[in-house]
Design a binder for this molecule. Structure first.
Ligand code: G6P
Length: 616
């Protein structure tokens, strides 16, 4: 959600900034802007649209500079426009500021500032910050960093900030609360990013700012970091870490889009998420990150899984895995609902928060809430060093590699893999499954990457199905049991990237409503693999056919019953029922992908969405 990049050093800033914005564009892409320090003055260029529009606009402008800040926006307050795009300038042009997050008390601050004469050019909450900082600086006669610290004590909400000021033309001031920000340390130069993507090309030495940190960043000088929550504002010792990311992972690697690359990366992503976690004899599945809390997990009275979007679907799959294998009740919660409904949380509950980015505001709030109630809080996330990784007591990384396509694909299958490992490890240790069942599932899990490879080979065939679905305004996805979340995920993928209205439903629930929508125009995509309820799903398909709906099915190879009832039938290799989502989701990702392409949609950056939703 909004991307921040900033640079100060001896190199040309503009190429670093624009390149960084391109790498961050998945975070927001409705407008972009850059502020450059040129001969002690700030020059501002902003443009509605993509980063490439901004770059085109700047092509004939003077962009020579060694210090600058840049931003790509995902609109919250005010529509995408040049006025609302960041950076925002103080009235005298001496301060430029970029912001990721939301100033929740911006209305009262804005009214206060307007009363004393400040005028606003934009509808954003962010502009409040620049005037507030300027006002505090002028009234208290403080150096900028101190003014920022004081001003921020009045701000409610979340922020990652980068500020440029004519007072100290080389210097950047950066601050963080609730939205991620890291500083890359080069030789006599510094790079700022809302994640590692704009930094990794230049340095792997980074400092992750903590909530309340305000840093003064000046080339050739050490970082000065203080925290607004420390009353004495003492200097903190920067904690340098290695950025766990490589440039290759951020490139498209010969694929047309990131999403296609990430769909095809799934066999590797799943292998990587299992690596080192299943021992050679397969006797022990263990997740190093949770060892310390394993006994708490083994004695849990209940698991609460909190997540959003696709990660929530991974949580739903886990509900089946955990309840079947460990026999402990599981509640899967939308983090956004959980946090506001005064939930009952006990000390012997274990909350598992799932998030690809590790920065989803609602998921982080659920973590906070569970911690406050004394529950054990475990995280599953993909981005190393993310807020979720730092705020949970223990956890497991999915190790799927950076996911850039806004619609999540490999992160989902990697999440399900880690959740399956977790369930298997706990079930084995608590003795809730037999040795043979355990071995069968572990063996099957290890064979999933090969099975996905087989599905990926069917891309061309699925493309043909996509030609059909792309002409329809609606689609229904059905599945039962562990395939119900697969249906939800299939529907979500299709609506996210192709803008076709799609609903996911438990197959048997269809008759309680959605059946009214079925006619000869409605494609019904049914996941009907070998499972306990297979015969029931077959009956549901009959109900669809009786109403002239068009059946597109995903079945286990060799199936003839459902195949004969379908207009199109995708066969997937036989998989243990509980692990089926890992394979059955893949053809639905490919289907959504090709439908979106046929309809001319931007699959990597679908309209209105953002990859990392760091606002409520
Ligand atoms: C956004 C993304 C989704 C993602 C969801 C949760 O809505 O567009 O793809 O599933 O956020 O994100 P998280 O990073 O917490 O998994």
């Amino acid at each position: 959600m909004c991307g921040i990049v900033a640079y100060s050093g001896y190199n040309e800033a503009y190429p670093i900034l624009i390149n960084g914005l391109r790498r961050l564009e998945y975070r927001g892409y409705d407008s972009a802007g850059v502020a450059l320090m040129q001969d002690g003055k700030i020059t501002l260029y902003k443009k509605r649209g993509k980063v490439s529009d901004l770059d085109e606009f700047c092509a004939d402008k003077n962009t020579e500079s060694h210090v600058g800040i840049a931003h790509t926006r995902w609109a919250t307050h005010g529509e995408p426009s040049e006025e609302n795009a960041h950076p925002h300038l103080s009235e005298d042009g001496s301060i430029a500021l970029i912001h990721n997050g939301i100033v929740e008390n911006y209305v009262s601050l804005k009214q206060e500032l307007q009363r004393i004469g400040y005028t606003f050019k934009s509808e954003t909450d962010t502009e409040v910050l620049v005037h507030l900082i300027k006002d505090v600086q002028a009234k208290e006669n403080l150096p900028l960093a101190d003014a920022v610290m004081l001003a921020l004590t009045r701000v409610e909400g979340t922020y990652a900030l980068a500020i440029l000021s004519t007072d100290n033309p080389d210097q950047l001031i950066v601050a963080k609360k609730g939205s991620p920000l890291l500083i890359g340390v080069g030789k006599n130069e510094y790079f700022i990013g809302s994640d590692g993507a704009p930094i990794v090309e230049y340095t792997k030495k980074v400092v992750y700012l903590e909530d309340g940190d305000v840093a003064v960043v000046t080339p050739k000088k050490p970082l000065v970091i203080r925290n607004i929550n420390d009353e004495e504002h003492l200097r903190k010792r920067p904690y340098f870490q290695k950025l766990e990311m490589s440039l290759d992972q951020l490139e498209k690697g010969g694929f047309e889009t990131y999403m296609l690359k990430e769909i095809f990366e799934q066999p590797k992503a799943i292998t990587d998420s299992m690596r080192g976690r299943i021992n050679l004899k397969k006797d022990v599945v263990s997740l190093g990150g949770i060892i310390e809390y394993e006994s708490k997990m083994m004695n849990a009275k209940r698991f609460i899984i909190a997540a959003c979007g696709t990660s929530w679907h991974a949580g739903l799959v886990a509900e089946y895995l955990f309840e079947s294998l460990i026999r402990v009740p599981v509640e899967v919660e939308y983090a956004s609902e959980f946090r506001y409904r005064n939930p009952i949380i006990h000390e012997d509950d274990v909350l598992i928060a799932i998030s690809q980015s590790g920065e989803t505001a609602d998921t982080l709030a659920a973590v906070e809430l569970a911690k406050r109630h004394g529950a054990t809080v475990i995280g599953i996330c993909n981005v190393v060093g993310s807020t979720l990784a730092r705020e949970t007591m223990a956890g497991s990384y999915t190790h799927a590699g950076p996911e850039i396509g806004v619609a999540s694909t490999k992160a989902f299958t990697a999440q399900v893999t880690v959740l399956a490992l977790m369930a298997l490890s706990l079930a084995h240790k608590t003795g809730t499954i037999s040795r043979s069942q355990y071995h069968q599932l572990v063996n099957d899990l290890e064979s999933i990457p090969d099975k996905i490879e087989m599905v990926l080979k069917q891309e061309q065939f699925i493309q043909k199905i996509a030609q059909f679905v792309a002409t329809r305004p609606n689609a229904i996805f059905l599945g039962r049991g562990v395939n119900y979340p697969v249906a939800l995920e299939g529907a979500l993928k299709l609506k996210e990237i192709s803008y076709i209205h799609a609903e996911g439903y438990p197959a048997a629930e269809m008759k309680h409503g959605p059946i009214a929508l079925i006619d000869e125009h409605m494609p019904v995509i049914v996941v009907a693999t070998e499972q306990q309820t297979y015969d029931k799903v077959v009956s549901n398909i009959q109900e669809v056919i009786a109403r002239k709906g068009t059946v597109i099915s995903v079945v286990t190879e060799g199936d003839t019953t459902v195949k004969n009832m379908s207009k199109f039938c995708i066969e997937i290799p036989h998989t243990e029922e509980l692990l089926t989502p890992l394979v059955a989701t893949v053809p639905l990702q490919i289907l959504a992908y090709h439908v979106a392409l046929i309809r001319g949609c931007n699959v990597d950056r679908p309209r209105n969405l953002a990859k990392s939703v760091s606002v409520e």
